[in-house]
Design a protein around this ligand. Structure first.
Ligand SMILES: *Cc1c(COP(=O)(O)O)cnc(C)c1O
Length: 454
């Protein structure tokens, strides 16, 4: 088995996510290489020809403590010999209970109930349905709408897609989607020169305040990605916006849904991004890093108040009759418990502060690059915005696919970067070393030099 033989078999039968498959056609001049991964360890992936790639994006933001992590591997082996899966309707198991106890303990105060699903989009669907259903059970059937931020991303299933605002993924399906109320984002890329992140976010909040004032009667919830709009190009904002949003949601009688699927579990410098604003949402959606990048699992944490609004005699039909076949899967829950163990065994957040500082140092030079409009960072996420014209901050036309050139070049140098359009970013596993950070940044620099030519 080598790379090309496996790729040929792949292209015969497999349809890949988020991909124009023609890009992989070997007969295309500008074709993209498909990388068949044979094995992985720590931050390194290895293909069938023996090439290695530094996983600088944590395999789409899921991996926290490296591939083939010994602690998680052992926990899964133990779980496998005990219980692989059992339905969670009418049954339970110790691993699911332990994980729910620990999630309730580590998430912000007031989030006391845990509902499982098996991927991030499903968690978002659950939060939306629960919020709507809560108001219905409270005798408020007119609350049917959701408020979302411009440039947000909450997943790909129809409900999650509807509350997102990434045109590339959403526009095609618009006729199928429920209507939402979209408010300008506090995305600090658009602040005025010299304006602080905080001042800009306070200013931007006026739009949210006005929208809530106008529509609160018909709105179930506001959904946000706390601090970083990841899929929207790693756009970042100040915690003050979350503080103001929490206060306003309470004042207007509207739920706050925090989608921490990408930013949870230490990515932004705190275990959860909401902690930086010292707020508790009404719903918190978790997935991605929840299992350390091992297995599909998600959880929606909510309050006792929400739970109580569904709790009644069966004949009143107020129950939340939502389920997924793999809800509370024992292997997924065990991987999540092992991940939380790793957070307890070492001071991961302190380690991340050091790594984040190294990333900042190593990437400092990018700010002066003639085609870099901004370098921004929140904890373990560092992003570089490529622009065509620096003073005007004019973006490269999307058709030029500059980010793809960075991707291709970095792969040839043994680093997996996967720019989002014109945004090159680093979101590495927490086990990356100083030398690996230096390599990742050096290769990104070369990749950018190559991509902005002509
Ligand atoms: C990835 C992501 C989702 C969707 O999760 P899936 O497991 O891919 O369905 C939702 N919200 C945010 C913020 C995400 O980054």
């Amino acid at each position: 088995m080598n790379n090309s033989s496996l790729v040929a078999r792949d292209l015969a039968v497999l349809w890949h996510p988020c991909t124009q498959m023609k890009d992989h056609d070997p007969r295309e001049l500008e074709n993209l290489p498909m990388i068949p991964v044979k094995s992985a360890r720590g931050v390194w992936l290895e293909d069938f020809d023996g090439n290695r790639y530094l996983d600088a994006i944590s395999s789409w933001w899921v991996n926290l403590f490296g591939h083939a992590n010994p602690t998680i591997n052992q926990a899964l082996k133990d779980q496998l010999d005990t219980l692989e899966h059992v339905l969670l309707g009418g049954f339970t198991h110790e691993t699911a209970v332990l994980l729910a106890e620990q999630l309730v303990a580590v998430t912000p105060p007031g989030l006391d109930k845990c509902f499982y699903a098996d991927n991030g989009s499903s968690a978002v669907e659950i939060a939306l349905k629960m919020s709507f259903h809560f108001w219905l059970n409270q005798g408020q059937p007119k609350k049917t709408r959701f408020i979302t931020l411009e440039n947000s991303y909450h997943g790909e299933t129809l409900g999650a897609l509807a509350v997102g605002d990434t045109p590339l993924y959403k526009k095609t399906y618009a006729p199928l989607l429920m209507e939402v109320i979209t408010v300008p984002s506090p995305d600090c890329y658009y602040r005025e020169p010299g304006e602080s992140w905080e001042a800009y976010c306070i200013r931007r909040f006026a739009d949210m305040e006005n929208t809530l004032a106008r529509h609160a009667d018909s709105v179930c919830a506001v959904i946000v990605e706390p601090l970083v709009q990841c899929a929207g190009g790693m756009r970042m904002y100040h915690p003050v916006y979350l503080e103001m949003l929490r206060e306003a949601c309470t004042r207007y009688g509207v739920h706050l849904i925090a989608d921490e699927i990408a930013v949870g579990f230490g990515r932004t410098g705190s275990l959860f991004a909401c902690e930086q604003a010292a707020i508790s949402p009404d719903f918190m959606c978790l997935s991605k890093g929840l299992t350390g990048g091992y297995l599909p699992l998600s959880a929606v944490l909510t309050t006792e108040t929400v739970y109580r609004a569904f709790y009644d005699d069966y004949r009143n039909l107020t129950g939340f009759l939502h389920s997924h076949s793999y809800t509370g899967n024992a292997l997924g829950c065990r991987a999540a418990l092992a991940t939380l163990d790793l957070f307890r065994q070492q001071d991961v957040l302190a380690g991340n502060r050091r790594l984040a500082a190294s990333m900042a140092n190593a990437a400092a030079g990018f700010a002066d690059h003639p085609h870099v409009g901004e370098v921004r960072q929140t904890g373990m996420i560092l992003a570089i915005e490529l622009v065509k014209d620096k003073p005007a901050r004019e973006a490269f036309p999307w058709r030029e696919r500059r980010g793809l050139k960075v991707y291709r070049h970095a792969l040839s140098q043994g680093v997996l970067l996967r720019p989002l359009g014109n945004v090159v970013y680093f979101m590495p596993p927490y086990v990356i070393t100083e030398q690996e950070i230096a390599l990742m940044i050096e290769v990104a620099w070369q990749g950018i030099q190559y991509a902005v030519r002509d």
